[in-house]
Design a protein around this ligand. Structure first.
Ligand code: NI
Length: 162
């Protein structure tokens, strides 16, 4: 296990479209382990592979209620409702901004054994899934902020949102 460096806004790797994972090699398993460690160390609730410089469609999430969730090749298959609230990102340190997201999300993904899985989430988990999947297509939440991006004390928002 090892902590990986979290890339920050301005790093071109954050604006690239990630590739699908074809098989879970030992390197991919190690990446997922490292992503969890890196996310927990930074007090985040989600982390996408491009945030550690790897252009693969992998995200890790742990909102508390969700438990540790590694999602490979995730896709959102259903959404409903909406929620508006503050969001932050480990790649945009010290900032938060108001973003509207669906209040319910259903997603399909592969687990580390490449079994097809499905998850439903509301509120924070729905927000987190949307935020992390956007990273896989090169998008940051700052593109969607309503109003101004606020400065927050370091560490303040990460416990609420990645
Ligand atoms: Ni993020």
């Amino acid at each position: 296990m090892a902590l990986r460096t979290i890339r920050t806004e301005g790093d071109p790797v954050l604006n690239k479209v990630c590739r699908e994972v074809k098989e879970v090699t030992p390197r991919i398993s190690e990446l997922i382990t490292d992503m969890f460690e890196t996310m927990y160390e930074a007090n985040g609730v989600g982390l996408a592979a491009p945030q550690v410089g790897i252009l693969k469609r992998i995200v890790v999430i742990d909102t508390g209620d969700s438990g540790a969730l590694a999602m490979i090749n995730p896709v959102i298959v259903e959404t409903s409702g909406s929620q508006t609230g503050d969001e932050g990102c480990l790649s945009v340190p010290g900032k938060a901004g108001c973003v509207t997201r669906p209040n319910y999300v259903k997603a399909q993904f592969y687990d580390e054994e490449m079994n097809l899985c499905e998850i439903e989430g509301t509120e924070l988990l729905a927000r987190c899934i949307c935020h992390e999947l956007d990273h896989l297509d090169g998008h940051l939440y700052v593109e969607k902020v309503e109003g101004t991006l606020k400065s927050v004390e370091y560490g303040e928002y990460e416990e609420l949102e990645d």
